[in-house]
Design a binder for this molecule. Structure first.
Ligand SMILES: Cc1ncc(COP(=O)(O)O)c(C=O)c1O
Length: 367
């Protein structure tokens, strides 16, 4: 796999690539907080006050008060009993699996689940089976085959990074026995979906009684770090059993300082989320009107249908010519790539119109 060329971020929605400026529709800084001066100021202030790193695990001398402060703020925002920070979002589901290893008889995982969940599933010390993407009926069959005495756990993304689809958490809860649990990786959902941006649980209107929500601070919140939201018992188990927690240096302090501000801004500036939703709605409507089949999903993603290699090259050339960086992805071990445009709250109408113009012209030339 060829290594992508480095990009330089030079504006809210602009990058420099091969010496030229392009509009950018990639990455996960959905609300454009990652380069917000208020987060940068918080990071610098924390750096000066507290230094770069605690240089120790939190179970020894690295349990800085900033981590406790951030966890309290996260638990309050998400209305969760507790929050626990991990060095990054990838480690969060694994920390849960290490804490709960041996407690389940079966793990069922959505076939499109993120790699972090696939790795976590292997750490649960029970057989793991995939089920078709978002297919509650297929999951029900697997749960029923597991038998009455089974204690299953379901692993799923909240919002899926491929097309922005949401897991039907309400249906999964109905299928699972009372002893079952759902582990949701909500990296793409938190800060974005749900009335207050609390993520897929809020979007689906479900309580967190049988759900553990993992997430990252590196996307909508503009900072960095992993989060697990769950019960006090789970938190204590992670603190005492999860090697990902016990054997790592926690996230650098300036990032914890920045995350506190990112979290505040997500709450105080709901207009960012509203602009994102409006941008997405407008683009979907315009693209639908000219015949592009784009999935209606709650995530900030416009994924184009698969194109032949020749057509993909043509579209890449047209996007580059129009000053748009082509967001063409080949995820994991998939052989075929696809265009995935990530829409942000801060894309301007003129930028969206420019993108639309290219996609409309490409579509009409193919019809
Ligand atoms: C669904 C999902 N889970 C986990 C992660 C990892 O989060 P982090 O970048 O904080 O390690 C990502 C990041 O791309 C993701 O999309």
């Amino acid at each position: 796999m060829t290594e992508p060329e480095p990009l330089q971020f030079i504006g809210t929605n602009e990058v420099r690539f091969r010496g030229r400026q392009f509009t950018y529709y990639s990455g996960c800084d959905f609300l454009r907080l990652a380069r917000d001066p208020r987060l940068a100021a918080a990071a610098s202030k924390t750096l000066v006050q507290h230094g770069l790193t605690v240089a120790a695990s939190r179970i020894t001398t690295g349990n800085h008060q900033l981590y406790t402060q951030l966890e309290t703020a996260l638990a309050t925002f998400f209305d969760a009993p507790t929050a626990l920070l991990l060095p990054d979002g990838y480690l969060a589901p694994m920390a849960v699996a290490q804490a709960l290893a041996g407690e389940f008889t079966h793990a069922f995982i959505d076939e499109l689940a993120h790699g972090a969940l696939a790795d976590a599933a292997r750490m649960l010390d029970c057989p793991v089976q995939k089920f078709p993407h978002r297919d509650a009926a297929a999951l029900a069959k697997l749960v029923s085959q597991a038998g009455r005495t089974a204690r299953p756990i379901v692993l799923t993304d909240g919002i899926f990074s491929h097309i922005g689809s949401a897991a039907p958490l309400h249906d999964y809860l109905k299928i699972l026995p009372a002893r079952g649990l759902i582990l949701v990786d909500d990296a793409y959902g938190v800060g974005l979906v749900g009335q207050r941006g609390r993520g897929t649980l809020e979007l689906c209107g479900v309580s967190r009684d049988r759900i553990i929500q993992c997430a990252t601070l590196s996307k909508a919140f503009g900072a960095y770090g992993g989060i697990v939201l769950g019960s006090r018992v789970l938190r204590e188990k992670m603190r005492t059993r999860s090697r990902n927690f016990m054997g790592t240096t926690p996230l650098p302090l300036p990032l914890a300082g920045a995350a506190l501000v990112g979290l505040k801004l997500v709450q105080r500036e709901p207009a960012r989320r509203q602009r994102l939703v409006a941008n997405l709605k407008w683009m979907r409507m315009q693209l639908g009107a000219v015949g592009w089949a784009i999935d209606e999903t709650p995530g900030p993603i416009l994924r184009l249908p698969l194109l032949s290699a020749a057509a993909a090259t043509k579209l890449k050339t047209q996007l580059l010519a129009a000053g748009i960086y082509p967001p063409f992805l080949k995820y994991g071990n998939t052989s075929q790539g696809y265009f995935r445009f990530i829409i942000s709250s801060e894309h301007t109408k003129a930028q969206l119109e420019q993108l639309l113009k290219v996609l409309v012209s490409f579509k009409s030339a193919r019809c």
